[in-house]
Design a protein around this ligand. Structure first.
Ligand code: 5AD
Ligand code: SF4
Length: 480
């Protein structure tokens, strides 16, 4: 699963996140760049908190930094290549301009590449895995003292960083990520995440509710609840088990004006209870990211997804039936091992059948150590993978454009997030279905819920005419 949407739900390879200046107590400055999914964005906020506590200030200028940390993604090869390029740039800076600069690799690349990065390529001073961020101040101190690279890539069965208040250094103050579980016990054959992030563990309910309540108090309007596999959330408290559906329900009761999203769900664990919670609670968005990965049952078996095409379609049908106005998005992989032309066409036909509002579409990229890498041949030539992926993207773009066109004339409630990138006299916000709407600013402000009538569309964006400020609770009645 992926992060940094628009931040794309999953990939932010072209938009490393920069941090604003802050002053620490030890006079040293940290520069932090984040790649990959939303989970990494949330993790970087934990890293910033740990190091702020350790006395470090934050800087958005790597030239000012004493420590440069790259929070990395290993999900596809191109993600790793991008990080290697950046490491090369920082390494050159260190050689030429600042020999005392410490360069660290955090996150998903850490475990797999620690030998390579430290020994063969001699690119880094610190290598720290996703469960070892509490150890960062000590590791940095150790590296400074003895000149040896400092490493901690130990994965944990318990760590959830539950007690660490994330420093939301790059936040719009309106929308925040809240991490509820870590790791993944699924073993999808193409995926490296279970190896880089370890076993599933759930964060205590009370610490999640406290973090959401604190965000509300500070004026936030929306939380996106995060985990590699949120449907597997499972926490025992006072002898009762709190499921993901129950957790969402409890978060939704904190305030009728707090809008709630989540990512990512595995179709095999999407329970009826969860669908009914969507239907019942107006402030849980009627939007589910439900990655299918492929449209053919034999390919799904080889991908070890544990459902068939038919089972997935039944789930979609049930979800559309239970949750009014539900929007779905998905992830698709093109050109997985052994994929025939006919199997590829099954992905196209599934896209036509489900009619997702949005999809994240990828070419298969073999990841060392995964089941697929060990058992199957990565036998689809690059140009064929590309052709299949572009057919998938073309079709999905047409479907999204049609669905957006169908929204024209409808009333939508959007949470205003900020000024449009193209025109300062326009604002943008998102609908319940996570679609971006651009509209004339008038006197509306970020953080307000605004009722808009949709007046135009493209495959990626809606245009709207604002009708007035509203509340989330009122808007349910108005839209209905
Ligand atoms: N190659 C291509 N895409 C992948 N994903 C995960 N592993 C791979 C891989 N080896 C995609 C899946 C997943 C999303 C986060 O990334 O679609 O849902
Ligand atoms: Fe990877 Fe599958 Fe786990 Fe998602 S559910 S993180 S694709 S192994």
């Amino acid at each position: 699963m992926n992060l940094i949407q628009d931040l794309d739900v999953l990939d932010n390879l072209d938009a490393p996140k920069l941090v604003p200046e802050s002053i620490g107590t030890n006079g040293r400055k940290l520069y932090l760049e984040t790649y990959g999914c939303q989970m990494n964005v949330a993790d970087s906020e934990v890293v910033a908190a740990v190091l702020q506590e350790g006395g470090y200030g934050l800087t958005s200028d790597p030239m000012q930094a004493d420590v440069v940390l790259l929070n990395t993604c290993a999900i596809r090869e191109n993600a790793e290549q991008k990080v290697r390029q950046r490491l090369g740039v920082f390494r050159a800076k260190k050689r030429k301009e600042n020999p005392d600069l410490l360069i660290g690799v955090l996150g998903c690349m850490a475990e797999r590449l620690r030998h390579k990065l430290l020994e063969e390529e001699k690119l880094v001073d610190l290598v720290v895995g996703p469960d070892a961020y509490r150890d960062l101040p000590r590791l940095i101190g150790e590296r400074g003292l003895n000149g040896q690279a400092a490493v901690n890539v130990q994965l944990s069965k318990e760590e959830t960083y539950a007690d660490i208040a994330p420093v939301r250094y790059d936040s719009n103050g309106i929308s925040a990520f809240v991490s509820i579980m870590r790791g993944c016990n699924n073993m999808c054959s193409f995926c490296v995440v279970p190896f880089t992030r370890g076993r599933e563990r759930s964060r205590p309910v009370n610490s999640i509710l406290a973090e959401c309540a604190d965000l509300l108090e500070r004026g936030y309007k929306e939380v996106t609840v995060l985990g590699q596999n949120v449907n597997s959330y499972h926490f025992e408290q006072d002898g009762t088990v709190v499921s993901f559906a129950e957790l969402l329900y409890r978060i939704s009761l904190l305030s009728p004006e707090l809008r709630i999203r989540y990512s990512t769900s595995h179709p095999k664990d999407c329970s009826d209870d969860l669908l009914y919670v969507h239907a019942e609670r107006h402030n849980i968005c009627n939007y589910i990211h439900l990655p299918v990965q492929h449209g053919n049952t034999e390919m799904l078996r080889r991908m070890r997804r544990t459902y068939s095409r038919e089972q997935y379609l039944e789930l979609v049908e049930k979800a559309y039936r239970i949750v009014p106005n539900l929007s779905l998005s998905t992830d698709i992989i093109a050109g997985f091992c052994g994929e025939t032309e006919e199997e590829h066409r099954d992905t196209l036909s599934l896209l036509k059948q489900v009619r997702y509002d949005h999809a994240y579409m990828f070419m298969y990229s073999e990841r060392p150590g995964t089941y697929a890498a060990r058992k199957y041949q990565d036998d689809i030539p690059e140009d064929l993978k590309k052709r299949r992926l572009s057919e998938i993207i073309d079709l999905q773009t047409r479907i999204a454009a049609d669905k957006n066109r169908a929204d024209v004339g409808s009333l939508q409630t959007i949470l205003v997030e900020g000024t449009s990138k193209r025109r300062i006299d326009q604002l943008f916000g998102r609908t319940d279905a996570n679609k971006v709407v651009i509209f004339d600013a008038h006197n509306y402000q970020p953080g307000q819920y605004v009722q808009v009538r949709i007046t135009g569309s493209t495959s990626a964006t809606l245009l709207g005419e604002p009708l007035g400020v509203t509340t989330l609770a009122e808007s349910v009645l108005q839209v209905a």
